[in-house]
Design a protein around this ligand. Structure first.
Ligand SMILES: [Mn+2]
Length: 317
């Protein structure tokens, strides 16, 4: 760790159940001024079509992150060796979705002035759109690697609602935020409205690695395909916790049976070492439906693996 890097609170000095309520008990962004990666909570859930409650996701994920340790023995990443800091929560209105989207984008842009990368903790999946806007403003169109039970490229809900947690990636595609030749949905499963859902998603240009691939060919093959697809492009990684089976993530807004285990998801993420990660989010943790912190601990560990990918990214030359 560099001399000027401030790491997590030492668990040999302060017990893990004490100390600051930041992610992994890291310093705040205000305390350190600048960071390689800023973690920010986005407590917004007004875009959900089923169970609300992801506004409490950031606090739950932070609570689930208290056991994280600074060395990933399986990828040899040291995610906190460069400065990682907790930027707190973005204040956004729960009443008007389009206003909230603007507030999230604006605050994400402000945080990006003090951090090379932003990792957001949701919040429902609506937040990916303003986060992508902010990231694309800096990095250009992004290769999207989207882990989710759902496509999230539906067009509208309820007579024309365009900004919801089921539509962010159609809006992002329309706005030119994505490199659609290098973007992929991973883990998709569950019933669709019709075959048109898949056809219209493919017509936008997304690749699909559906949920069965984990059984048919395994984590290493999935990770390899994602690495080949994204190549040297800047990647935005969006991780909806509902890619996990409800047994591994009961605390979420739109659960679907038959999902991945947390072990499988972590294996795929570890296989992505070397992708050029620009930004990321972990979304849809709704702790009111959780039990014994199952979902929030899984989400915290997913966020940790994403931080390891930032630490392992190819050096920019
Ligand atoms: Mn989603």
């Amino acid at each position: 760790m560099g001399d000027d890097v401030v790491g997590p609170v030492d668990p040999m000095q302060v017990p893990r159940f004490a100390g600051p309520a930041t992610f992994a008990r890291l310093p705040t962004l205000d305390a350190v001024g600048k960071a390689e990666v800023a973690i920010v909570g986005v407590p917004f859930d007004s875009g959900v079509v089923y169970r609300p409650g992801a506004r409490f996701g950031p606090a739950a994920i932070r609570a689930g992150s208290r056991m994280l340790r600074p060395y990933n023995a399986w990828t040899e990443a040291e995610p906190f060796a460069r400065q990682v800091a907790d930027a707190g929560d973005i204040a956004c209105t729960p009443f008007r979705i389009e206003q909230a989207i603007g507030e999230i984008e604006q605050t994400a842009r402000q945080i990006a002035e003090r951090a090379a990368h932003v990792l957001a903790l949701g919040g429902d999946h609506t937040i990916a759109l303003p986060l992508l806007r902010a990231a694309a403003a800096r990095f250009g169109p992004l290769a999207l690697v989207h882990f989710d039970a759902h496509l999230d490229t539906w067009n509208t809900y309820f007579g024309g609602a365009r900004y919801t947690h089921g539509t962010p990636f159609r809006r992002a595609a329309e706005e030119g935020l994505l490199d659609l030749e290098r973007s992929v949905h991973v883990g998709t499963r569950g019933p669709q409205f019709s075959a048109d859902d898949l056809r219209s998603d493919a017509a936008l240009g997304f690749r699909l690695i559906d949920g069965r691939a984990i059984d048919d060919r395994g984590a290493a093959s999935i990770a390899s395909e994602i690495r080949e697809l994204t190549g040297p492009a800047h990647v935005y990684l969006s991780f909806d916790i509902d890619i996990l089976d409800p047994a591994f993530a009961p605390g979420t807004g739109t659960p679907e049976a038959g999902g991945w285990s947390s072990r499988e998801a972590i294996a795929v993420l570890r296989g992505l070492a070397g992708v050029q990660l620009a930004g990321a989010d972990v979304v849809e943790v709704a702790p009111a439906y959780d039990h014994a912190e199952i979902t929030s601990i899984a989400a915290a560990n997913i966020a940790y693996e994403v931080l390891c990918l930032f630490a392992l990214e190819r050096p920019t030359s």
